[in-house]
Design a protein around this ligand. Structure first.
Ligand SMILES: *Cc1c(COP(=O)(O)O)cnc(C)c1O
Length: 387
């Protein structure tokens, strides 16, 4: 019988302890190359750019979590997304959601463009993409919920359209992790992750993943990894594997904390708007309930002024002012100058990413300490600004 996701975070289907002397923690095969007994007598491992047992073990686990036929571990989320873009020939048209991680937007607007890929950005949470499909359209790239505005796209509905039109549906599932959402089960063809975030979970390693439901795509991504060499190192593979063991408990706890913080922020007189898909008032709430098992631990909120936002970032102590997300440590970030710094002003404005928007990645500290920190910091800032 299929194991539960909590168990799959800890044990992979292919578990073979005999091959590693019974080691419970999978060994780190810190080797660049592998010896052969003779010509045509490979152990299955030739060179670590192509195959490494530690990375392969991680691949098995992540493929299992996302219910894919295969997963590939990259040196970062951006390396993974870059490899996916290499699937397309020059002259390809791709529909991309208008609210995406800033690094993806930067990639699409520069390197992918140079490689002859043309993008149309569409708010896939609101608009039907059908009207944007052209003869050379090959794929749709989305996040749900999006970074940072938390727009929610109906994956099943979108997959119906992509399948009917022979397009690949690519979903960046970083924000929810496979613990809360499995896009391949809902009809996506490719899932990408910044493994740096919830999967790794400790703000100590960079990683990226491509998981697919298609063997043909898997073969092409594998070839890309072998050829371009952006594979994850054995040690980082082990770190991410260790992080994944606690994915289930971390996600549950971080989400619980996030829900309490959302309530607190909603009552603060210094906060104008709280964007969290777990709120019944969020436009994507019902879709999230249908397609995900949780709402996650990312909160976007708008404070009363730019000055207020900047002072909050200066004054936080326990909560760190830092980019990134998904770790045990709570972080707060300022999308306009950090994650989305390279996104053109008009795009930012159109997406509502103003200079009053803060994004918080809620960690697993005691929530009372996090709320106390926000309360103290907000009061100090208000006092300083004479509000
Ligand atoms: C961080 C992030 C990425 C990029 O991943 P890196 O590991 O930083 O390269 C891509 N998508 C989303 C949604 C992210 O948050």
């Amino acid at each position: 019988m299929e194991k539960s996701i909590e168990t799959k975070c800890i044990h992979s289907e292919n578990e073979n302890r005999d091959a590693v002397y019974g080691a419970i923690s999978y060994p780190i095969f810190q080797t660049a190359t592998f010896a052969h007994k003779g010509v045509g007598m490979s152990t299955g491992y030739d060179y670590s750019r192509a195959q490494n047992p530690t990375r392969e073990q991680l691949d098995h686990i992540v493929a299992g979590l996302e219910n894919g036929v295969a997963s590939f571990s990259f040196a970062s989320g951006m390396a993974a997304i870059t490899a996916v873009m290499e699937l397309f020939e020059p002259g390809t048209h791709v529909i991309a959601d208008n609210d995406l991680y800033g690094g993806s937007i930067r990639l699409f607007r520069t390197i992918s463009k140079k490689n002859g890929i043309e993008f149309t950005s569409v708010d896939c949470s609101k608009e039907d993409i059908s009207g944007y499909i052209k003869e050379n359209t090959k794929a749709v790239f989305i996040e749900t919920p999006t970074n940072p505005m938390m727009n929610v796209t109906d994956l099943e509905a979108l997959a119906k359209i992509t399948k009917k039109n022979g397009l690949l549906l690519i979903v960046d599932n970083t924000f929810l992790s496979p613990y809360f959402q499995n896009p391949l089960d809902l009809g996506a063809d490719i899932v990408v992750h910044s493994g740096t975030k919830f999967l790794s979970g400790h703000n100590d390693a960079l990683a990226g993943f491509v998981i697919t439901s298609s063997q043909e795509i898997a073969d092409r991504i594998g070839f890309n990894l072998l050829t371009t060499g952006s594979s994850l190192s054995p040690f980082d593979s082990w770190l991410v594997m260790r992080g994944i063991k606690t994915l289930a408990v971390r996600m549950e706890r971080a989400q619980e904390n996030a829900i309490d913080i959302v309530k607190w922020l909603g009552n603060s007189k210094y906060v104008k708007n709280v964007i969290y898909p777990g709120l019944e008032t969020h436009p994507g709430h019902e879709i999230m309930k249908k397609q995900a098992r949780g709402f996650g631990a990312m909160i976007t909120f708008e404070v009363i002024s730019k000055e207020f936002a900047l002072e909050v970032l200066k004054k936080v102590r326990l909560i760190k002012f830092a980019e990134s997300l998904g770790g045990v440590e709570s972080l707060i970030t300022y999308p306009v100058t950090q994650t989305h710094a390279d996104v053109p002003k008009d795009v930012l404005e159109a997406n509502g990413i103003t200079d009053r928007i803060l994004r918080m990645s809620v960690g697993i500290e005691a929530v009372k300490d996090l709320i106390e920190e926000l309360e103290n910091v907000f009061d100090e800032v208000a006092c300083e600004l004479g509000i």
